[in-house]
Design a protein around this ligand. Structure first.
Ligand code: KIV
Ligand code: NA
Length: 274
């Protein structure tokens, strides 16, 4: 059975760490299914790591639905959370329509959206309709054109605002909140004031769990590695080596071999070509 919302809350209550990772397709979802990671995020970070954009701003709801469907086909155990992309939740009604697409066509079990106090009425409406909502505060990538790519919550006013935002999301019925790029001590203090779990990324070890982007932790690209992540494998190099070996063997005719090929009866072939 898939991870349920009650499992998530139970993990927080038992002080078990909540592990979440992003996935964007069938194959990676299948790989996650081989582990006991209970939470998958179909993140709009796919705008960057899959589509090659410089931010998540260009991602559309139809693209999110497409990737969510693929992830759902590969995953059988985790709770899959689908991101509502930029400008897909400009009013509660709009959010209902698009969360509906993610859940009914995409098949995921929950949605995530960015924002705090301002989004609370939207969260409340979604939750009232049976749509589990994960919040997302701190560095909210859909607002990168406004806030820049930097750590959030470093002033008194801003730190207090983040706490108010977190409390508003909890009161509105969110089941968890991602805290991205905020100081560790602030994330820890917010976590201590909430009943629902916090899931950090660049927010220190004081959150209830952690979320990381697939491509970051598996070392799938060679660009600059942000401080908030860690490479647990160097799959980029592994893939490069494999591709070079493949190209080499094709060029020198050592692949494919007879074992990779099929046969036809010599007489049949002679007759066909005759
Ligand atoms: O889109 C994403 O991958 C995210 C996580 C970084 C939290 O929102
Ligand atoms: Na996201």
């Amino acid at each position: 059975m898939r991870t349920q919302l009650s499992d998530i809350q139970r993990m927080k209550d038992r002080d078990e760490r909540l592990v979440m990772v992003t996935a964007y397709d069938y194959t990676s979802a299948q790989l996650i299914d081989r582990t006991d990671i209970p939470l998958i995020l179909v993140g709009d970070s796919l705008g960057m790591v899959i589509q090659g954009n410089s931010s998540t701003v260009p991602v559309t709801i139809d693209e999110m639905v497409y990737h969510t469907k693929a992830v759902m086909r590969g995953s059988s155990k985790a709770l899959v959370v689908g991101d509502l992309p930029f400008l897909s939740y400009t009013s509660p009604e709009h959010a209902i329509q698009n969360a509906g697409k993610l859940m009914q066509i995409g098949g995921c079990g929950a949605v995530k959206l960015e924002g705090g106090v301002n989004m609370a009425p939207t969260v409340r409406r979604l939750v009232d309709l049976g749509i589990p909502v994960m919040g997302h505060l701190g560095f909210t990538p859909q607002s990168v054109n406004q806030i820049g790519m930097r750590v959030q919550g470093k002033t008194v006013a801003h730190a207090r605002q983040l706490l108010d935002d977190a409390l508003a999301l909890e009161a509105a019925g969110a089941f968890a909140i991602v805290l991205e790029l905020i100081p560790a001590a602030l994330a820890k203090a917010i976590t201590a004031r909430l009943h629902i779990p916090t899931i950090g990324i660049g927010a220190g070890v004081g959150c209830d769990g952690e979320v990381q982007v697939w491509h970051d932790i598996l070392g799938l690209y060679s660009d600059h590695l942000p401080r908030h992540t860690k490479r647990y494998a160097d799959l980029g190099s592994t893939i490069e080596q494999a591709l070079n070996q493949y190209a080499h063997e094709v060029r020198e005719r050592s692949f494919p071999t007879a074992a990779n090929s099929s046969v036809i009866d010599a007489n049949t072939l002679a007759e066909a070509l005759g």
